[in-house]
Design a binder for this molecule. Structure first.
Ligand code: UDP
Length: 241
């Protein structure tokens, strides 16, 4: 089943939309050119969470681009006859930051701890000196601070907004913002922690063996309950044919 170089083909995994496209970076750039929208990085854990949380489900449904970030989703797509490569959200987000620095895109960063945000912005200024960082805010603001932050970020007219508030909050926060805004808005989970150097990504060989989840579990054992979603996802996919 083919998708053209830039046009994504939308299919579904356990009812959640997923876009099959040969190059997720190209697809994101096309979306930016068309006025932007929300980008979701779907994995098995998020799919199961969305089945139990209608707000998250609605946010994913409304997203303009949903990329298969996770071996489970890629496997489920394979069962439908789609041969796709896993598209880790952290890699797409970094590629978009590099592109932003070259293209003069306006960039906003939201989320992570105050320390991580401070380290991240300092690192990005060094690594990508051309980056136009027009807004940044850490993710532990008091509830009453958010409405003003939301107004500020929208009036900064960003081309790219990376949001590290964790699932489901980052997805529902983005989808709850006023619709009349341009740019790409993407939830990035723990990416800021990795880029700031406070968390490590699984070694490449673990990614290749599709056992990145095991590394995550060893690094953050409190995740074990959330990870029960993985076998549940596999069973549900098998049951649904
Ligand atoms: N976070 C935040 N505010 C909160 C809760 C979490 O900014 O109230 C940040 C946290 O510091 C981390 C990110 O959200 O940088 C979530 O990372 P995690 O690896 O848990 O992402 P998930 O697996 O949920 O996508």
């Amino acid at each position: 089943m083919a998708a053209t170089a830039t046009e994504a083909l939308r299919t579904r995994v356990l009812g959640m939309p997923v876009d099959v496209c040969p190059d997720v970076f190209e697809a994101a750039c096309v979306l930016h050119g068309r006025g932007g929208g929300q980008v979701v990085t779907l994995n098995a854990e998020m799919t199961m969470a969305a089945l139990a949380d209608p707000n998250l489900g609605a946010a994913i449904e409304a997203a303009r681009l949903v990329i298969p970030d996770g071996a489970g989703v890629v496997w489920a797509l394979g069962r439908q006859g789609f041969r796709v490569r896993r598209a880790p959200g952290i890699e797409l987000a970094h590629r978009l930051l590099e592109h932003a620095a070259e293209a003069g895109w306006r960039v906003a960063l939201v989320g992570a701890s105050p320390e991580v945000m401070a380290r991240l912005t300092a690192r990005l200024r060094q690594e990508l000196p051309g980056l136009r960082l027009v807004f940044s805010a850490h993710g532990y603001q008091p509830a009453e601070a958010w409405p003003a932050l939301e107004r500020q970020i929208i009036s900064a007219r960003p081309d790219l907004v990376l949001v590290a508030l964790g699932v489901p909050r980052q997805e529902t926060w983005i989808s709850g913002l006023p619709q009349r805004r341009s740019g790409l808005w993407m939830g990035v989970g723990g990416s800021f922690d990795v880029w700031a150097g406070t968390k490590k990504r699984a070694p490449r060989w673990m990614g290749a063996l599709n056992v990145e989840w095991l590394y995550r579990l060893l690094q953050e054992p409190h995740r074990w309950r959330r990870m029960l979603a993985l076998p549940q996802f596999a069973l549900a996919v098998l049951k649904n044919g």
